[in-house]
Design a binder for this molecule. Structure first.
Ligand code: PA5
Length: 433
């Protein structure tokens, strides 16, 4: 199971100007109780359905048959979706598939199709993709909870006529829709055209939906052990059910960040995995916290960094720039491959015989120590090794952390009113073109 260590952000480690004191943790307790109650209310009213959904019996098996069909039949799986309908899947693929999976031949991909996630509506990318894939060998999974998202629908309105033109009546075998069970144009389309579809619970918002059909169906098509992810989510849910701050690491993380942001001027939250496979986890996390908690003038600004790459880029600023950040550093205990460094040149004897993973782990520990020495608060997340279970744990841990942080700071983590104006103006500007 993942381990979270808060010692690097306590006053004892980084001083009381930059770290959390035991008194501050004691003082926040009444607010923790109210936030816990609020979270239980959201669970009862289904706003926080993400906490209970992975416990539904037979969740994984809902996708098995269709996933097997897609796996055996198609060379490419193109997912059309954006925001919460894209980032979770990207992260699953980046974390659990072999690196450069699309470049591998089918057998080395475990017989799974190649994955292309289309989120942006950049015509250069889209046209290249549609030119690259053979539509006869391609399955499209269009994912939109609301069925009203401009970007996703524009992509679908481009792909669908192409599919119809190329495949005639057979186009229906190439489309799976994931959307609301009742509402929206996509649901209407499913009913009218009788194409296969998956339901998303009405109150399950995009950024909390990775462990639903949004992430699970395409992941199953790619041969990912989705049962393992669900198991991991269930495990961490049990760990993070306690109302007591000291017994619930998600609550403790929320409390620590609340104190650091409101009392110590830490307005930026840097997430820094020391592992390429978790680099897309940082993107998923950023959307989750930014869209959920950035409201009413509140919220910490999330920033992504990847170790060791960003030790040669942003680390200088993290060490000696404004002391306005909380660092969350993710490290692995064990990588899945070993790559020993052999035959070093003079001056590099300290690398001789060491495995690359060990060097990366050493860099992570060294950076953490150096940051704490420089009085920069650090939360350390240790992942034993990359696995579906560990990823499920990470997803659920940060979803609970985010929902609870919303309750703690008095914002509704499940809406996103700030993006509505932009959507309205896009329509107005398009009408003027
Ligand atoms: O987290 C969210 O709710 C958003 O980021 C949505 O996922 C995004 O706007 C896409 O919405 P939809 O799935 O309705 O197309």
């Amino acid at each position: 199971m993942i381990k979270i260590d808060f010692s690097g952000c306590m006053a004892e480690a980084v001083g009381s100007e930059n770290g959390v004191t035991p008194d501050e943790l004691a003082l926040i307790r009444p607010r923790i109780s109210s936030a816990h109650e609020q979270l239980q209310k959201w669970r009862a009213s289904k706003e926080a359905i993400f906490m209970d959904y992975p416990f539904e019996v037979g969740l994984a098996s809902r996708f098995r048959k269709s996933a097997e069909k897609v796996q055996s039949r198609f060379e490419n799986l193109v997912v059309l979706g954006i925001g919460g309908s894209a980032l979770g899947l990207r992260c699953i693929a980046g974390t659990l598939l072999p690196p450069y999976a699309n470049l591998l031949e089918r057998k080395k991909r475990g017989g799974a199709p190649r994955l292309f996630v289309c989120d942006n509506i950049d015509p250069d990318t889209m046209s290249q993709l549609l030119e690259y894939v053979d539509l006869k060998e391609t399955c499209f999974n269009v994912i939109s909870k609301s069925g009203t998202t401009t970007e996703t629908m524009a992509q679908f309105f481009v792909a669908l006529p192409m599919l119809k033109a190329r495949l005639g009546g057979k186009w229906k075998e190439h489309v799976y829709v994931t959307t609301d069970p009742e509402a929206g144009i996509l649901r209407r389309f499913v009913k009218e055209e009788d194409v296969p579809s998956f339901d998303l619970p009405s109150k399950l918002g995009g950024r909390f939906s990775v462990l639903s059909a949004v992430g699970l169906f395409p992941a199953a098509c790619l041969g990912v052990d989705i049962e393992g992810m669900i198991d991991g989510a269930r495990n961490i849910s049990r760990v993070c059910a306690d109302a007591d701050l000291e017994m619930n690491p998600a609550y403790k993380n929320a409390a620590v960040n609340d104190i650091l942001s409101s009392k110590k001027g830490k307005k930026i939250s840097v997430v820094m995995p020391y592992c390429d496979k978790l680099s897309l986890f940082a993107d998923w996390y950023i959307q989750l916290v930014a869209e959920s908690l950035g409201k009413d003038g509140k919220g910490m600004t999330p920033v992504k960094a990847v170790g060791a790459t960003d030790q040669h880029s942003q680390m200088q600023l993290f060490m000696e720039g404004p002391n306005d950040k909380v660092m969350t550093i993710f490290g692995l205990e064990e990588f899945s491959k070993t790559v020993p460094v052999t035959q070093v040149m003079a001056g590099f004897e300290h690398l001789q015989g060491h495995d690359m993973g060990k060097i990366l782990i050493a860099s992570q520990r060294a950076s953490t120590k150096a940051l704490v020495t420089n009085k920069r608060p650090v939360v350390t997340v240790t992942v034993p090794k990359i696995s579906p279970q560990a990823l499920g744990e990470l997803f659920m841990f940060y979803e609970i952390y985010t929902a609870f942080s919303g309750a703690l700071s008095g914002v509704n983590p499940f809406n996103q009113p700030g993006v509505e104006l932009g959507k309205k103006l896009t329509k107005e500007i398009l009408a003027q073109f």
